[in-house]
Design a protein around this ligand. Structure first.
Ligand code: LR7
Ligand code: MN
Length: 566
């Protein structure tokens, strides 16, 4: 590493001449910044107000482009004297932006592919493949994560497979995402088109704007804080080129929100959804996992995609109704597009040879005009109303507030479903998502109320393996979800992936496993819930449900199953 004293004068000149100039300067000085000088610079940043920003952007660009930190996907250690800065700046993006700024925006990554994938990758003839327009939307993304996203694409993609990168700035208020960004992106050998939206559109409508600008035959959506690894692009494009009705997503690897270390994600997972319609990863069953291990380079069929990272044929995207423009800001569009694609004749898969890292965070950093959850619920309610037929009740029972919400006009989306002659949601559950947590056949859905004490079976604060609770029934309240049970077609009493079970002497809440001790029968005449293997009756105790010998006339063994189909 060469010590670099002129960095201060570069900083000064850049500061005076403005950001545009410094960008060109930085391109000529291909140097590494010694750690100490770098930390001193970082320390000297005045965090009060916008006046600090030019210096910050200045530092960000040239310095970190050549930083030795984080190479080969390693995480960084933020030194003690920067801990305060680290902490105070964390909320900017809800990830460790100081760690990100210590890492080169051009950092290297190992080739994460299996041998089988590398061999398969070499066999793909990329010459005949269509080009992708890469669409990235962002709202107040950190400079370094966004720029690193672009460098990683530019460094690790065959140039002839990319038509362009379309950047959609969703009304960010950081000045460096305006002029400085427009100038910075000119350095890539790939055309990068940036549009700055005049108002906050949310990621769904911003992606639609990006898709309209795109010229390539394939659209490839990415988040604004990702890093692609070797060989990521070819399998995505080639699978979509083989079948235009296929939507293909990469394996989503993890970039730590704490130290920005890159670690590979599991490949034996598929995407499903919960009763509240949020995206959920599921473990692959044994047989599928074995198959995967044997084949290694074969794509995995998935009922849903996480949402941010996927390739789709551009014309097909529009034929299938693009995105629901009635959805706001963030959330829910991933489940909507998944239901729609499958039900209307397409398919979705995850390609184990394509590795893209994503900075996962625990909290969303965006400002919403309305309360966050209500925005997401509204989007989810639109999905339920248009696509889920009678199964929408699972969602509305779990989230009663969504039922009363104003969710906007649905006519257009419903007629899209008719026009495309899409299959039913039951078909989707039976044929695509049979291992999801939603039963395709069920006898009842809702609360299970005891006749004697009027209390409801509740999985609220109960630990797995513990007895099911009996609590005061909750109506029209979000906590109601803990009291929503379905007596399913195969006689489970299920709440999402939790099932009631009994060993004949007491009851437990377990993860559903399809075994006999999780099966119950409901006698409509007597109101008894009878455990199949022990023939005992579910019985109310003070604050929990248990089992006991069935006796005629015992009110503590009489139950009302809400939503029972006659
Ligand atoms: O108002 C906004 N406008 C935007 O342009 C809010 C966000 N955005 C941008 C944002 O800058 C980012 O590039 O939209 C993208 C997604 O937002 P994130 O990164 O905050 O979302 P996420 O990664 O937590 O969320 C996942 O779920 C979202 C639901 O709407 C989207 O589908 C995201 O694309 C999706 N991300 C992924 O699938 C990456 C892997 C995560 C997993 C599993
Ligand atoms: Mn993201």
């Amino acid at each position: 590493m060469q010590p670099l004293k002129p960095i201060y004068s570069i900083a000064l000149i850049g500061f005076i001449l403005g950001t545009f100039t410094h960008i060109s300067i930085s391109l000529f000085f291909h140097v590494e910044l010694p750690e100490n000088a770098f930390f001193r610079l970082l320390n000297s940043v005045n965090m009060d107000g916008d006046t600090a920003d030019p210096l910050r952007t200045l530092m960000d660009t040239p310095a970190f482009k050549y930083s030795p930190h984080g190479s080969n996907g390693a995480g960084v250690h933020v030194p003690d004297h920067l801990k305060n800065l680290e902490e105070s700046r964390f909320p900017e993006n809800n990830f460790n932006v100081v760690a990100s700024e210590m890492i080169s925006v051009n950092r290297t990554l190992p080739d994460y592919r299996s041998d089988a994938c590398r061999i398969a990758g070499d066999r793909i003839n990329t010459n005949g493949l269509p080009r992708a327009s890469i669409i990235i939307t962002f709202h107040n993304e950190a400079w370094t994560t966004l720029i690193r996203t672009l460098h990683s694409i530019s460094n690790r993609s065959p140039r002839h497979l990319i038509e362009e990168i379309v950047l959609v700035d969703d009304y960010s208020d950081k000045y460096w995402l305006k002029g400085p960004l427009d100038a910075y992106v000119r350095q890539f050998g790939i055309p990068v088109r940036v549009t700055h939206l005049p108002e906050r559109s949310g990621l769904i409508r911003a992606r639609l704007t990006g898709a309209k600008m795109a010229k390539g035959p394939i659209l490839l959506f990415l988040d604004s804080h990702i890093e692609v690894s070797e060989g990521w692009l070819e399998p995505l494009i080639s699978r979509v080129a083989d079948d235009r009705t296929r939507i293909v997503a990469p394996i989503i690897d993890n970039i730590s929100d704490e130290d920005f270390g890159f670690s590979t994600g599991r490949i034996d997972l598929w995407g499903g959804f919960s009763w509240i319609l949020s995206f959920k990863w599921f473990d692959m069953n044994e047989t599928d996992a074995q198959k995967l291990i044997a084949k290694k380079a074969e794509p995995i069929r998935t009922p849903t995609i996480a949402g941010g990272l996927f390739a789709i044929n551009r014309e097909y995207f529009y034929e299938m109704g693009a995105y629901d423009e009635g959805m706001e800001v963030w959330g829910g569009e991933n489940i909507e597009i998944s239901f729609r694609i499958w039900m209307c004749g397409g398919s979705m898969e995850i390609h184990p040879c394509s590795h893209v890292g994503h900075v996962f965070r625990t909290k969303t950093p965006y400002s919403f005009t309305k309360e966050v959850n209500s925005v997401i619920r509204r989007n989810q309610a639109r999905t339920a109303e248009v696509w889920m037929d009678e199964y929408k009740e699972f969602f509305f029972k779990m989230v009663p507030s969504a039922q009363k919400m104003e969710i906007g006009e649905l006519h257009e989306r419903k007629s899209l479903r008719e026009r495309l002659k899409c299959k039913s949601f039951k078909w989707y559950l039976e044929n695509v998502c049979s291992e999801c947590h939603m039963p395709s056949e069920y006898h009842s859905l809702g609360a299970i109320v005891n006749k004697l004490n009027g209390k409801c079976v509740d999985r609220g604060n109960r630990v797995l393996g513990g007895p099911p609770g009996l609590e005061t029934c909750i109506h029209s309240h979000e906590q109601q979800g803990n009291q929503v049970w379905s007596w399913t077609g195969n006689n489970e009493i299920r709440s999402q992936n939790f099932c009631l079970s009994s060993n004949g002497s007491d009851m437990k809440i377990e993860v559903c496993n399809g075994r006999e001790d999780q099966k119950f029968e409901f006698n409509q005449k007597t109101g008894n819930i009878i455990h199949q293997t022990s023939a005992k009756c579910v019985t109310a105790a003070e604050s929990l449900a248990t089992v006991d010998e069935c006796k005629n006339g015992r009110q503590d063994q009489v139950w009302d199953l809400e939503g029972l189909k006659k």
